[in-house]
Design a protein around this ligand. Structure first.
Ligand code: FEO
Length: 423
């Protein structure tokens, strides 16, 4: 197993390691994170869908597992089940498995616990530290009565000259989730928190493209953590109240925050606080182009009324759902359009409305639009569903029969201008 260390912002030194990485053809290596902390996880370059088909991972992901070799040896989390054998084989090259004193299971979801059954075949008696809910979830998933030790916020585990402090983080994003803090090194192991689905050989935040990184971070927050925003704020404030020094945040997906780790904490506080940018997003599907033309004309009216607002348009039938949700998250207002079909709305619009309902967005305004031939229920249906999902629907919406002519195009533009006035 190769061991490598990147530190001090000298990302250029990684080139030689990258070359070795490619030449050796090893997809898992140990990476020295800090002092006696080693990354022993798995970079999943191929992953394009996560949570079944629920979350798009355009840039792959990683399952970060950490080995801490102090007087006592601790493994924090494992990797997803399909990589279990490879993970345990690589781990055994890094350390005699029998020398692992403790395992910390921060979160039972399969992407972090999936290799536990394989690992526990080798070391069945090693204690597993997790929350009470963690025991329930792990037993529910694997039906094994391993040597569980339940922990609560503030409980400590002595590693010799350093100790681990556990911090429960229920519903961030499962009932069992917890963070673990390593004293001495001042490292927070945050599991899903502050993570992103981002496969990279450059394992640290100061070594990757910042736009890519923060795009994946905000997408992760928007799609996974939005409903739990009040808890995010409470938990971060609780951790800040401990007044612990913070040198690094080791997430369980994507890169490690070592350069100003507080920056992602500050971002989370912003995102959790009814986040919005100066953006209006139009989301629609169309059958014979009329609703698309309406979207373009409404957008023109919005731009005419407010040159500073960012206006974006997405055809829901052609755009990745998670990318669209990220744009909704950034928006101060959305306009959703559907033609009327069989007295209802198009499936792609209905599907997004269902996603939006569960995400509990706050502090966002909305409107609806759509063309129809004879009955025209779509705008009312969309408006009602947006209202029921917590959006402030500002008007009765914009309906047109058949295809827009020049006069009705001007009406759409006027609707866009009036919509801006209601912001
Ligand atoms: Fe990365 Fe909630 O699992």
């Amino acid at each position: 197993m190769l061991t490598r260390e990147f530190r001090g912002g000298h990302c250029s030194v990684q080139m030689s390691f990258k070359r070795r990485f490619r030449e050796k053809g090893e997809s898992s290596m140990s990476i020295k994170v800090k002092n006696n902390i080693h990354w022993v996880g798995k970079i999943d370059w191929e992953l394009r869908k996560f949570h079944g088909d629920e979350y798009s991972t355009h840039k792959g992901s990683s399952y970060n597992s950490y080995l801490i070799k102090e007087e006592k040896v601790v493994l924090i989390d494992t990797v997803w089940g399909p990589f279990a054998k490879e993970f345990v084989e690589n781990l055994a090259k890094e350390i005699d498995l029998k020398k692992i004193d403790y395992i910390v299971a921060s979160h039972a979801e399969n992407d972090h616990s999936g290799a536990l059954p394989e690992l526990m075949r080798h070391i069945p008696d090693v204690p597993i530290y997790c929350t009470k809910n963690g025991v329930k979830s792990l037993k529910g998933l694997y039906h094994q009565d391993w040597n569980f030790h339940t922990v609560k916020t503030g409980d400590k585990l002595d590693l010799g000259s350093k100790e681990l402090i556990f911090i429960e983080a229920p519903m961030l994003h499962w009932p069992d989730s917890m963070f673990t803090y390593l004293t001495g090194d001042a490292v927070l192991f945050s599991n899903d928190g502050f993570g992103q689905h981002y496969a990279s050989e450059d394992m640290f935040n100061d070594c990757v493209d910042q736009n890519d990184l923060f795009q994946e971070c905000i997408k992760y927050y928007a799609n996974i953590l939005t409903p739990f925003s009040p808890m995010v704020i409470r938990k971060i404030k609780e951790i800040l109240d401990f007044k612990l020094p913070l040198d690094m945040i080791c997430t369980s997906h994507g890169i490690i925050w070592r350069d100003n780790p507080a920056q992602i904490v500050e971002k989370y506080l912003q995102w959790a606080d009814s986040y919005q940018e100066n953006q209006i997003t139009l989301l629609y599907d169309t059958m014979w182009d009329s609703t698309r033309v309406m979207a373009e004309q409404i957008a023109a009216g919005i731009r005419d009324a407010d040159a500073k607002v960012k206006v974006k348009l997405y055809n829901l039938a052609k755009t990745d759902k998670n990318d669209v949700i990220t744009e909704v998250f950034k928006s101060k207002a959305i306009l959703m359009g559907s033609p009327t079909v069989n007295n209802g709305i198009l499936v792609s619009v209905a599907a997004l409305l269902e996603e939006i309902r569960g995400l509990k967005f706050k502090n966002k305004k909305a409107g609806a639009f759509g063309s129809y031939g004879w009955s025209g229920e779509a705008v009312k249906i969309v408006s009602e569903r947006l209202e029921a999902s917590g959006f402030e629907v500002v008007d009765a919406g914009m309906r047109l029969t058949w295809a827009p002519d020049e006069e009705s195009k001007r009406s759409c533009q006027e609707y866009g201008r009036e919509f801006v006035k209601k912001m």
